[in-house]
Design a protein around this ligand. Sequence first.
Ligand SMILES: C[S@@+](CC[C@H](N)C(=O)[O-])C[C@H]1O[C@@H](n2cnc3c(N)ncnc32)[C@H](O)[C@@H]1O
Length: 426
Amino acid sequence: MDLEQLAALRTPEGSAVLAEAARLAGGDPLHAAAALRTTGVAPGLAAAALTQAELRRRAVGKFGPAAAGMFLTRPGLEQATRGVVARRRADRLRAAGVRTLADLGCGLGADALAAARCGIRVYGVEADPLTAAMAAANAEAAGLADLFTVTCGDATTFDVTTVDAVFCDPARRRGGTGRRIFDPNSYSPPWDFVTGLAERVPRTVVKVAPGIDHALIPAGAEAEWVSVGGDLVEAALWCGPLAESPRRATLLRKEGPPVNACGIEGSPSHRPSAGAAAGSGAGVGGVTGGYGLTGDGTAEAPVGPVGRYLYDPDPAVVRAHLVAELATELGATLADPTIAYLYADRAVDTPYARCLEVTDVLPFSLKRLRGLLRERRVGRVEILKRGSALEPEKLRRDLRLAGDLPASLVLTRVAAAPTVLVCRPV
Ligand SMILES: C[S@@+](CC[C@H](N)C(=O)[O-])C[C@H]1O[C@@H](n2cnc3c(N)ncnc32)[C@H](O)[C@@H]1O
């Protein structure tokens, strides 16, 4: 797709071509291209429309029904923030009093659109001309062109003194290959520019890879890890007055109840008790449309025996180094100081961890495990592991299961010893 084709697809005739492409998408691509061309559409435009239709179909998982009206590039979609995460961030910015925001490297505009939906005036800057034009088209399609405007250019030259806050989600993929970049020094805009932003604009938020090294977190910033439906999706650094706690784990649901005026989900029906660890600097409590666990990320959970229940913490909790705070909330302990499974004799309903009931604890031995599973008529196993080098699929084959009942196997270490726990869901 080029700028000319984008302009053509934004005309009323182009909309009709896109509608037809949407109808044809998902079937045989050669047949779809031929069918579009027989209606008189130029081959290049037909291909561009079919690509849009395909990308829009894929984008529904990230943006919901809004995807149907968006213009997308493949790399732009891959890098775009999920709607539920962008909405939560926008809600928090708005609640912090942000009214004008610069989005430095706005991509297709997923974050910027969410902020604009919350009534924040967003100035987007995007270096890639086609992506910038698509972001502007997306603002128009969403009816937000007066709240989100896009300039094509270098974000490092934007005058940040003109806005309340800045947001930067640097590109973490190589232009040519699309390969992920793990070294922040290779981000674009560059990492030193990104981290220097907080010195120029106190209210700075930076989206980073969830694997970010804790040593790179600027002093005084809040580092937040976000999971959606149990999948770790991103981390963000909240600087200056936006930092509320050194570390935060935010858990969001994939689908939610109806949204309010900002496009934010309403209160969840289940919330953990708030302020369970009050006084220690840690806390738990609901966040809009999800759950938030906070702490300073340095506390260590107590170590104890394997209990009747095992808790497998959400990856956001683990990456935020908040397992000790969760242990306090659950009254649980680790069985090995280096492994993030928690154990307790009480089953607590928590959004922060999956709970399994432990039925057997065995020092790891394939023969013993196979014998036990045969005896229990177990034929289907899910295999979880932390701190074990065993390959789950190889183990599954080696077990030669023959029964018809399910079980969960947890490969781990207990006081440094390789151990397998046989569990069932709670
Ligand atoms: C990760 S994407 C942003 C995605 C966006 N937050 C979203 O959710 O849609 C980063 C974008 O920054 C742009 N970019 C990289 N370096 C830039 C620079 N120096 N100035 C402006 N844009 C830049 C890239 O072209 C890319 O579109």
